[in-house]
Every structure is written in structure tokens, then in C-alpha cells.
Design a protein around this ligand. Structure first.
Ligand SMILES: [Zn+2]
Length: 455
């Protein structure tokens, strides 16, 4: 495999009520186009920028602290010029680095900037909506330290987990855009623009690595260019020759003063930082003796981590088993629904009852799963908690007799020494008991009944 070099630029909308340089609302979705604007965010004559939104800067600073970046003493805004219908001023304001030299998952964070989002331009009908124009963005630039699409995914996942703890950036679909730089040893650097999901990043990178690798193998040149990723087709397409920073004619914005980074404010934020996922993983492993990869999944979401820790501290359940169940069974159902634990319809009290029954062996795996699914889908009824595991031999024997009577071939196979046939019969008994039969009792009964003359 050729040596792969990947770097990312992440643009995320900072969590604020207002835009970056005016008092218009930062909510731009589900409202009439071009109603959330003013002379400032549409660059009309006389519409000069106000002072920057303090909350936007604060959220960027929290993120910079979490990424271990060092703050610059001051910063100012540059105008990045380009023409596009969603940008009435023909330039985007982007700050010089506010913090730099951080680290996450062994990926160096080069710098963090503050920027304004442009409006939206609909290519199909030429309509422009400027409601989004001026919404505050953070741009996070990494060094090219990732070596595979999977590493890029893990990096982004950790970044998302951090944000779940500090709540700096918005998490609605489309509020994050990622540009990925990718090159192979001996080839030029290609930039893939505007990918808007983690899944998209992985598939765009995978496609691009294969494309570049094929070119190099056939002694062709990988052009230095900017490519667009089509989510629908899962491929990248050439957009234009890679632009350089000169192309954007960056100039300091004469409308705006420079800003000092308030060191005291930063220290206050640093003191108020919660324990972050990486620290939590270490502590969970040391304190509760759970496996590191279980801890990583659990600490990946603050609500789930709090849930686990609450029970782990109370010593209500076996920590290791609880961690395994949360990371395995629960996460599987949540991921399937693309749902965060904190947003799920899981009622804590019911969950506790359920876990008590499950860990004390009163519910089968299957029943536990069925009840969990009902809970997540909002179809839970309290009567479901009564579906305890059936160890009642009389009841299970009755079912076993019926199954043996119907499945004469499997029963015969087992009698002839084909041990696996018993699993098939046990499966039938479990199905008849609607998943509630105690599998150990079922197997005992079947063995006894099919055993040599014991019945
Ligand atoms: Zn405005």
C-alpha cells in the first residue's frame, strides 16, 4: 500500500444565538428565505460590522482548550475574496489564527480560526437565500497526520465526542463541512471540498485513494486540484485547478480593529472545563475495571457516560457486565436508529428495573432485546416487564415434547450422535416460548428426553 497522507479542515457552526457581526438570529433554517438579515450581514452601503459575537469567541476558545491549543495574544480579520452569488460582499471574513499547535488522537491541530458562513445559493434555480450569511463558524485545520480513512473517522468521532461535553458547535445536519487533503507518496495533493458527514469523509477518501493509487501505478500524474465529492454517487469529480492563497487576495479588513485574546477569560474557561472523553476513558478503566474499548464507546457520549457512572458508583450492577451491555446491545440498537442515548426515549427508572431483572438472570437476552426495542420505538408497556425467563420445567417439557414430535428427523439425528441437531431443536423450543425459555433448562430437558431410554 502506498503511503497515504491525509489532513482535514473542519468548518463547524458555533453555538450562538446571533450572527458573528450583527444582531440577526443565527437560526436560518425553516424560515422564509431572506427574512433574517440586516445591512451588516448583507454588506449593504453603511452596513459596517459590529463588534464580534462574544459567545462565538468563547465557544471557539473552549474548543481550543479541549484540543490543547495555545492562544495567540491577538488576532484580526482578513478578507478572503472570491465571487459567488451567496456572498454579496465578494469576500468572506476569516480571522488570523486565534489558537494553534494543539493535538487530538496523535493528530496535530495546526490552528483554529473564526469565520462567517456565506448565504446559500441554489444552483438548480439560481435562488439566493442570505439568512445564513454571517453565521459564526470555527475552522479547525489539522496537520497532514492521518494515514487512512479510518484514522480520519476516529479523529472526527473523538472531536464530536469532545463537543458533546463542551457543546461549542451546533450538531444539526449540514452544520459541519469538511475539506480533506489527500495525497499518496510520489503524487500531488488533492483537496476534496465540502463533505458534510463523517461517512462521506470515509467514502470520499477511500474513493480518492484508489483513484490516485491507480494513476500512480500506471505512471500517470495525479493533478494538483480541488475535487467535489458526490454523496449520491460516492465518487469525487474535478472542480478546478487547486487555488493558492494568492488567488484569494487576502487583505486585512479595514472595517475591523484587532482583538486581544483575554488571558483571564481563557483561564476562567479552562477551570470550568468538564472532564473530557479521553480522561474519562482512563478513569473508567482504572476505577471500575472495565475494558478500554468498552470505556471508549461509553465515554463517547456524555449522557451515556453519566448513566454508566451513576450505576457503577452505586455498585448496583456488575460494572464490567453493565459496560459490555451498554457498549454492545444498547449501542447496537441506538446506532441502528442513528440515535444518541441522551435523545432516546429510554426512561431511566424503567431501564433500572429492566437491568436489575436482566443481570439477576430473570430475563433472557432475547426478551431484554425485545423490551429495549419497544422502549426505543416508544412502544413500551409496563406489562412487558412481566415477561420473565421461564425455568418452569413442566411448561418447557410440554413444548419440548411437541417439538420432538414434529421434528422427528432432527430428533433422530441427535439420537444417532449428531450433537449439533440439539441446537436446532432448542431453537424451536425457544421460539415456541417466545424467547423466554431458560436455554440451560431447555437443553437439559431435550438431552434427557432424547437420551438413551431415560424418558
Ligand atoms: Zn444581520
Amino acid at each position: 500500500m502506498d503511503r497515504v497522507i491525509i489532513g482535514l479542515e473542519i468548518h463547524a457552526q458555533l453555538r450562538t444565538d446571533a450572527k458573528l457581526f450583527c444582531e440577526c438570529s443565527a437560526k436560518y433554517r425553516d424560515i422564509e428565505p431572506n427574512t433574517n438579515l440586516c445591512p451588516t450581514c448583507t454588506s449593504q452601503p453603511g452596513g459596517k460590522p459590529m463588534s464580534i459575537n462574544g459567545r462565538a469567541l468563547e465557544n471557539l476558545e473552549k474548543l481550543a482548550i479541549a484540543l490543547g491549543a495555545k492562544f495567540e495574544p491577538s488576532f484580526y480579520f482578513m478578507r478572503k475574496h472570491y465571487f459567488y452569488p451567496d456572498l454579496p460582499s465578494n469576500y468572506q471574513r476569516t480571522s488570523t489564527p486565534i489558537a494553534s499547535d494543539g493535538m487530538l488522537r496523535n493528530v496535530r491541530i495546526r490552528e483554529l480560526h473564526l469565520e462567517e458562513d456565506p448565504g446559500r445559493y441554489e444552483l438548480r434555480n439560481g435562488e439566493v437565500d442570505l439568512n445564513r450569511s454571517g453565521v459564526p463558524l470555527v475552522e479547525i485545520v489539522t496537520d497532514p497526520d492521518m494515514r487512512s480513512p479510518e484514522e480520519a473517522r476516529l479523529f472526527l468521532q473523538e472531536l464530536q465526542a469532545i463537543n458533546d461535553y463542551i457543546d461549542s458547535v451546533r450538531e444539526e445536519p449540514g452544520s459541519m463541512k469538511i475539506d480533506a487533503n489527500v495525497s499518496l507518496a510520489g503524487g500531488n495533493r488533492v483537496e476534496i471540498k465540502n463533505i458534510n458527514s463523517f461517512k462521506g469523509v470515509v467514502s470520499a477518501l477511500t474513493y480518492e485513494i484508489t483513484r490516485q493509487s491507480n494513476l500512480l501505478r500506471n505512471q500517470k500524474t495525479v493533478a494538483m486540484e480541488t475535487r467535489h465529492y458526490s454523496e449520491k454517487q460516492g465518487i469525487t469529480m474535478s472542480l478546478r485547478k487547486k487555488e493558492t492563497s494568492e488567488d484569494y487576495r487576502y487583505v486585512p479588513d479595514p472595517d475591523m480593529l484587532g482583538y486581544d485574546v483575554d488571558g483571564q477569560e481563557v483561564e476562567k474557561l479552562r477551570k470550568g472545563m468538564p472532564e473530557l472523553p479521553a480522561m474519562k476513558v482512563k478513569r473508567f478503566v482504572a476505577k471500575f475495571g472495565i475494558k478500554e474499548d468498552d470505556a471508549e464507546v461509553i465515554a463517547g457520549e456524555r449522557a451515556l457516560a453519566d448513566f454508566f457512572e451513576g450505576y457503577a458508583k452505586a455498585k448496583k450492577f456488575d460494572c464490567v457486565k453493565l459496560a459490555q451491555w451498554l457498549r454492545g446491545d444498547l449501542k447496537k440498537q441506538l446506532n441502528y436508529r442513528n440515535l444518541a442515548f441522551g435523545c432516546s426515549k429510554v426512561d431511566r427508572k424503567t431501564m433500572e428495573l429492566l437491568l436489575e431483572k436482566y443481570f439477576s438472570g430473570k430475563l433472557t437476552d432475547r426478551t431484554m432485546e425485545q423490551i429495549l426495542i419497544a422502549m426505543l420505538d416508544g412502544k413500551f408497556e409496563s406489562s412487558m416487564l412481566g415477561q420473565e425467563k421461564i425455568s418452569d420445567t413442566g411448561y418447557l417439557e410440554e413444548i419440548a415434547n411437541k417439538v420432538i414430535g414434529q421434528e422427528t428427523k432432527a430428533a433422530g439425528d441427535y439420537r444417532k450422535g449428531e450433537e449439533k441437531a440439539i441446537n436446532f431443536l432448542a431453537g424451536k423450543v425457544m421460539k415456541e416460548s417466545r424467547g423466554r425459555g431458560d436455554i440451560r433448562v431447555v437443553l437439559e430437558i431435550l438431552k434427557k428426553k432424547l437420551g438413551m431410554g431415560t424418558d
